[in-house]
Design a protein around this ligand. Structure first.
Ligand code: G3I
Length: 349
């Protein structure tokens, strides 16, 4: 059967996945795990590092950078002829900044020092990989899902405001790599409890346009899930109008779309694996139908190929303690209905 990326290429898109670093032979969602690498090589045209490019990973202190792990990941992608996305240059939430940032001495001119730190970070990371990476999550998750306001950090307090900080990140990224695709990436989704988050993201995107900030794409993470005990077609029918309204506004401002981190939660669904997988695949199918109606949709990436290594296994365990099944392949690397739902979306007329 055709790979998902081959199916994507037919409509001038790409399919890809998150991947990780691990020591050779470790049981991880890593390029160094042959079972996981086989899935990447079977289906993907583009990869994204799950954690290894974040500030926490590449910037152990204000004055040092460490690219060892990500370099190994990049070498793997290059050997396999795969594209890579950059994730991310600024995750604008206090809890995801490195600890040293909170205690950093911004000195007598905090604004100048804050700008210097951010500009240095973006130039150093982007500059190192700009020949290989052409799509960047410049800013990740800066909008509160509670009330739609922008998070502040020690860095943005020094610079003066969250807006000024995000603007500077994008302007610096454009200067460093003028032809790269610059993405604002967030997890506002189509379920109803995301309304405030969506409103906050729209406001941010509008502000970028008003201020002439160079942002090309909204990264729609797409961590979707079934949280209501109703048939999935009913859920999809209920969620679609407001989600379309959101996407209409985003694309109406001239933004393209990338699905950056697709996976599916079904934490409350019954244990039966066949029924559970079917419901989650149908739900994803309905979601992708809406997304694929937008010609602005460029690429589709999942947040992991294989259930075994999904970040969701470590979050909110199921009441019955069973493993979750959010990815296109199961914990034994066997194909699941979700992969079929993604293939169908690429084959959509
Ligand atoms: O590597 C250490 C390990 O040495 C230590 O023993 C263990 C104990 O907690 O932690 C390990 O690090 C964890 C790391 O994942 C690797 O597993 C961190 O605690 C944990 O916070 C980190 O979680 C990642 C999370 O982002 C925060 O960076 C998830 O793997 C990753 O899937 C998740 O990805 C995010 C995207 O970047 C942005 N969008 C949402 C998405 C899902 O939350």
């Amino acid at each position: 059967t055709a790979s998902l990326n081959q199916a994507a290429r037919k409509r001038n898109m790409r399919f890809g996945s998150a991947y990780a670093w691990s020591p050779p032979g470790a049981d991880a969602g890593s390029f160094a795990n042959p079972d996981y690498a086989a899935l990447l090589e079977r289906d993907c045209g583009i990869l994204v590092p799950e954690n290894e490019m974040k500030w926490q990973a590449v910037r152990p202190s204000a004055t040092t950078f460490d690219f060892d792990r990500f370099d190994a990941m990049m070498d793997y992608a290059t050997r396999q002829g795969l594209a890579v996305r950059g994730h991310n240059l600024l995750w604008h939430q206090p809890k995801w900044m490195p600890a040293w940032e909170r205690n950093h001495d911004f000195g007598p001119d905090p604004k100048a020092e804050g700008k210097r730190l951010l500009i240095e970070h973006i130039r150093t990371v982007m500059g190192r990989y700009k020949d290989r990476i052409h799509s960047w999550d410049v800013v990740n998750e800066a909008v509160s899902n509670q009330d739609g306001t922008l998070y502040t950090t020690a860095l943005s307090d020094a610079i003066g405001s969250a807006e000024a900080t995000l603007d500077l990140a994008f302007r610096t990224a454009r200067e460093e790599s003028p032809d790269a695709q610059l993405v604002y990436n967030d997890y506002m989704s189509w379920e109803p409890d995301n309304a405030e988050h969506r409103a906050g993201v729209l406001k941010l995107l509008k502000g970028f346009r008003d201020r002439g900030v160079p942002v090309d794409v909204l990264g729609v993470q797409s961590h979707i899930g079934i949280f209501e005990d109703r048939p999935v077609d009913q859920l999809a029918a209920d969620y679609t109008p407001e989600w379309r309204d959101f996407l209409d506004r985003v694309t109406g401002m001239g933004y393209d779309l990338v699905i950056t981190e697709l996976d599916v939660r079904g934490d409350a669904l019954p244990a039966d694996v066949t029924a559970r997988d079917r419901a989650m695949a149908d739900y994803a199918h309905a979601y992708l139908d809406v997304m694929f109606a937008y010609p602005q949709l460029r690429d589709v990436l999942v947040w992991g190929m294989c259930d075994k290594y999904s970040w969701l296994q470590n979050r909110d365990p199921r009441a019955d303690g069973r493993p979750k099944r959010p990815c296109p392949y199961d914990a034994s690397f066997r194909v699941k209905p979700l992969r079929g739902a993604i293939a169908d979306a690429f084959a959509r007329p």
